[in-house]
Write a protein that binds this ligand. Structure first.
Ligand SMILES: *Cc1c(COP(=O)(O)O)cnc(C)c1O
Length: 341
C-alpha cells in the first residue's frame, strides 16, 4: 500500500479529509449492517434531534505504525465501553461494543494510506460519534440515530520538545455534580468554549476547573485529566464523579504501578494542596501527557519545581514508558494494542 504524499512531521491538529468513513443507521429499534462510504457529508432534516437538543456523543483514539510495521490502535475496547456509557446517559441506543471495535478497525484499514509512518511522530486520529437524526421538536430522545467513524491524520503533538504550559484556575464551571461531566458529549465542550477562548485571550494555554459545588477540589481541564506527582514520587490523580474517565490517565496509573513501581492514589485533590506537589501534567489521547509548569489562581502563581523548560522527571518517565508501550518498544499489557494490519 502506497502512503499518501503528506509532510507528516509538519501536520497540525486539523481536519484532513481521508478516503473512507464508516456509517451505520439505527431505525425501528435496530442498527443496520453498516458500511464504508467515500461520502464525507451528512445530510440531515432541519429538525434533527442533534441540531435542536444536542443529542450527540463521541470518542477519540489513535491508530499509528509500530516499529515492526504494524498498524495498531491503543485500547479501543475502552473507547467502545465509554461510548456505550455516554450513549446510555443521553438516552441513545448503544452501538454494540464488539461492532464499535470492528468499525474503527475497518475504517483505519480503509485509510491505511493515511496512517503516518513509524518515527514521524504523527498519528491517524480516529473519531467515532453518534447523533439523533430524525425530527424532534418536543423535548425527547430521537428515535433514529447515525453512528459514524472518520479518520484524520494529525501531526506530532510536541514539535521541538514538550514545553511546560501555564494554565489558569477558571471562573467558569465545567460540570455540575450529578451532571454529564463523566460522559464524552459535545454539550460539555460547547459550554467550555467561552472559558477556553477567555483563557487564551489572557495568555493561558488551558483552564483548571474546580468542582462546581465547593470550588475547593481539582477536577480537570476542558479535555484532559490531571496527574500530580508528590515530592516523594507518589502519583496522584483527582477522583470525582464529574470527571471524564481518561483512558490515557487510567493507563498511566497502571504504568506507574506495574512498570515503574510507584505508589498511585486516586482520591479527592484539594486545590490548597496543589502548591505542595512536585510535578503536574495533563493526560489525554492527543498529547499523552502535557507538562504543566505554572498554575495561576487570580494573580497568585503556583510554580512547580520541575520548571518551565522540561517535563518533571517522573512525568517524563511515565510519558516515555507509556509511549514505549504504544510504539511496541516495551511489552504491552495483554489486550492494550489492537493490531489492524
Ligand atoms: C476525551 C477527554 C479526556 C481524555 O481522555 P482520553 O481517553 O485519555 O483521550 C479528558 N477529559 C475530557 C473532558 C475529555 O473529553
Amino acid at each position: 500500500m502506497e502512503k499518501k504524499q503528506i509532510d507528516w512531521s509538519n501536520l497540525g491538529f486539523g481536519y484532513v479529509q481521508t478516503d473512507m468513513r464508516y456509517v451505520s443507521n439505527f431505525k425501528d429499534g435496530k442498527w443496520d449492517e453498516g458500511e464504508l462510504t467515500p461520502d464525507a457529508n451528512v445530510v440531515l432534516n432541519e429538525c434533527a434531534g442533534v441540531l435542536q437538543y444536542a443529542q450527540t456523543v463521541f470518542e477519540g483514539l489513535k491508530a499509528y505504525t509500530t516499529e515492526d510495521g504494524h498498524i495498531v490502535m491503543f485500547r479501543p475496547d475502552l473507547n467502545a465501553k465509554r461510548m456505550a456509557d455516554s450513549a446510555r446517559r443521553l438516552e441513545m441506543p448503544v452501538f454494540p461494543e464488539d461492532r464499535f471495535i470492528e468499525a474503527v478497525a475497518q475504517t483505519v484499514k480503509a485509510n491505511a494510506a493515511y496512517v503516518p509512518p513509524y518515527g514521524s511522530g504523527a498519528t491517524l486520529y480516529v473519531r467515532p460519534y453518534m447523533f439523533g437524526t430524525n425530527p424532534v421538536i418536543g423535548v425527547k430522545p430521537a428515535d433514529e440515530y447515525q453512528f459514524r467513524v472518520f479518520t484524520t491524520p494529525v501531526g506530532p503533538y510536541f514539535k521541538g520538545g514538550a514545553k511546560p504550559i501555564t494554565i489558569k484556575v477558571s471562573d467558569f464551571d465545567r460540570a455540575a455534580p450529578h451532571g454529564t461531566g463523566h460522559i464524552k458529549a459535545g454539550l460539555n465542550y460547547a459550554m467550555s468554549l467561552h472559558a477556553i477562548v477567555t483563557a487564551h485571550e489572557e495568555g493561558f494555554a488551558e483552564n483548571m476547573y474546580l468542582d462546581a459545588a465547593t470550588r475547593t477540589k481539582v477536577e480537570e481541564t476542558g479535555g484532559a485529566n490531571f496527574i500530580f506527582v508528590t515530592k516523594d514520587n507518589k502519583v496522584v490523580t483527582p477522583k470525582s464523579d464529574s470527571i471524564l474517565p481518561s483512558i490515557t490517565r487510567r493507563s498511566i496509573l497502571h504504568v506507574a504501578k506495574e512498570y515503574l513501581g510507584l505508589e498511585v492514589e486516586e482520591r479527592e485533590v484539594f486545590f490548597d494542596e496543589v502548591k505542595d506537589f512536585a510535578e503536574c501534567g495533563l493526560c489525554g489521547t492527543a498529547a499523552v501527557i502535557s507538562p504543566v509548569g505554572k498554575i495561576v489562581d487570580h494573580g497568585k502563581e503556583i510554580c512547580f519545581p520541575s520548571g518551565m523548560d522540561e517535563m518533571g522527571p517522573v512525568t517524563k518517565k511515565l510519558y516515555e514508558t507509556l509511549t514505549g508501550i504504544q510504539m511496541g518498544h516495551l511489552e504491552a499489557p495483554e489486550g492494550w494494542l489492537k493490531v489492524v494490519e
